[in-house]
Every structure is written in C-alpha cells, then in structure tokens.
Design a binder for this molecule. Structure first.
Ligand SMILES: Cc1cc2nc3c(=O)[nH]c(=O)nc-3n(C[C@H](O)[C@H](O)[C@H](O)COP(=O)(O)OP(=O)(O)OC[C@H]3O[C@@H](n4cnc5c(N)ncnc54)[C@H](O)[C@@H]3O)c2cc1C
Length: 242
C-alpha cells in the first residue's frame, strides 16, 4: 500500500462529466488528478447529440472548433413508418445561442476530443484505477484506490468529485439516493455502417416498425430500417439503403 501527496481535487471517472470538470479546473489553475477504472476509453457512440448549451460549454473550454470540425450539424428529425416519412421537424429554429443546432458526434469522439484538450493542459487520465472506498473529515477526503496491477493506494484530496456515472461508487459511499424514474421502454442503439445513398443534409431518422411498435434511431444516415422483433434483430434494410 502506498500513501501519496495531497491533491487539490481528485476526480473519479473520466467520462464527459469528469473530463469537462478537469479541463475547467485546470483552466483556473487548480491542480487535479483524474482516475478511471476502465483501462481504455469507451469506443461506442452512446450519447450521439450535443445540444446548444453544451456547445456553449465547449466554447468555454476552448474545444468548440474541434467539435464543429468532427461533428455534423443536425438539421431535421424525420419520423417514418417503414419507408414512408410521416413527419419532418426542423430542430434548430428559434434557439437563442451562437450554436443554434444539435451537433451529431459519437460520445467516444466527444471523450477523445476532451481527453486531447486535457492532455494539452498537462493532465493525463490515470486508467485502471478504481475508487474502492472513501471517508471524509474536516480537512478533506481519504480515498482507497485499487490499481489494475493489484496495488492499493490511500490518496488524500481536499475535494473528491464523483463523476463515476449512473452506478456511482461515490454516491453509494455517501448514501446519496439516485432520484428520478426509469423509462419502461427498451431502446436499441447500433453503431452500423450503411452502404448506399446518404444525402448531403444530416438527418436523424426515427423509424418505427408497424408490427411491433419499437422505435429504432440512426445517426447521420438518411434512412434505414432494422426490424426489432421478439428480442432479436432481423436484418432488413430498404432497397435504397443497401
Ligand atoms: C448505450 C447507451 C446509449 C446512450 N445514449 C445516449 C443518448 O443518445 N443521449 C444522451 O444524452 N445520453 C445517452 N447515454 C447516456 C450517456 O452516455 C451518459 O449520460 C454519459 O455517459 C454520462 O457521462 P458521465 O461522464 O457522467 O458518466 P459516464 O460516461 O458513465 O462515465 C463514468 C466513468 O466513471 C468510471 N467509473 C465508474 N465507477 C468508477 C470507480 N469506482 N472508480 C473509477 N472510475 C469509475 C467509468 O469507467 C466511466 O468511464 C447513453 C448511454 C448508454 C450506455
């Protein structure tokens, strides 16, 4: 077991929340240490749109140019039934922001860009380091950290911030309830490549299968239709998406 020096802020979790906090603190000159139990950053899309207020926050972190360069502006939300378009909603109208549109960008890309910005500020995410427990006193927090190489560490910090996601160990250790409600629907999100015609405009298509009424969403492509029935995915695409 090793005892390390006192940090100002120990951030647990290097998802979008932890990375954004680390960048912001560093920009104010505050020393931070950021850990994540995962050995690698996530490689899947997860959250796929960034909205105006978040884009303004990206501007505050000096990463907006990279996001605009790597993302795609979402112009419209198209709702269809099979191959038939039922509705088209313009999404950017009337938003009072320098960025009056949602930006389509996979969360893995968001994390990559935020990671690069943090590295440029001199901070590297410590991977394979898990918060196992914590206690606090008047001067700060003592954290038990488990390293991937089986080493355990006791770290002290003036502040510890839990950015460790929905099943937060920090929230658990502090007995803070996870309030809210769970949506009953099942959603299916796929990272897929679609060959064929993709128009110049970026749309998000929500396609609902008539038979089983399960919505399926796609990023960036015009239209595809995968029927989701009885818990399994049946491969089926409209002719123009093949
Ligand atoms: C399949 C899927 C699809 C999604 N789609 C959307 C979407 O379309 N739109 C949307 O807005 N949101 C979506 N989300 C939710 C979105 O991904 C989350 O809101 C977002 O990741 C929250 O970011 P975060 O940084 O707070 O937490 P997370 O991204 O969960 O990051 C938490 C980090 O903490 C680390 N960690 C956890 N416990 C510990 C510990 N004890 N010690 C050290 N590290 C720890 C984890 O490894 C992780 O890297 C989706 C999520 C999933 C899973």
């Amino acid at each position: 077991m090793t005892e390390e020096s006192i940090e100002d802020v120990l951030i647990v979790g290097a998802g979008p929340t932890g990375l954004s906090l680390a960048i912001t603190l560093r920009r104010y000159g505050i020393p931070v240490r950021i850990i994540d139990r995962a050995m690698q950053p996530s490689s899947v899309s997860k959250a796929l749109a960034i909205w105006s207020a978040s884009l303004e926050a990206m501007q505050g972190m000096n990463v907006i140019d990279e996001f605009l360069r790597n993302g795609a502006r979402l112009n419209a939300l198209c709702i269809g039934d099979g191959g038939r378009q039922l509705a088209r909603l313009e999404v950017g109208e009337g938003i009072d922001s320098p960025f009056p549109f949602p930006l389509l960008i996979p969360q893995s890309e968001t994390e990559r860009l935020l990671n690069a910005r943090l590295s440029a500020l001199g901070v590297t995410v410590e991977r394979g380091v898990e918060l196992a427990g914590l206690s606090q006193d008047d001067d700060g927090v003592t954290a038990s950290l488990s390293h991937a190489d089986q080493r355990t560490e006791t770290a002290r910090a003036r502040y510890l911030v839990g950015c460790d996601g929905a099943r937060s160990a920090v929230r658990g250790a502090l007995a803070i309830p996870f309030e809210g409600s769970t949506e009953p629907q099942t959603f299916l999100l796929g990272d897929v490549r679609i060959d064929g015609r993709v128009g110049s405009q970026k749309h998000l298509s929500l396609v609902e299968s008539k038979r089983d009424r399960r919505p399926v969403s796609f990023r960036g492509g015009h239209l595809a239709h995968l029927r989701y029935a009885r818990g399994r995915l049946c491969r089926r695409q409209p002719a123009h998406a093949r």
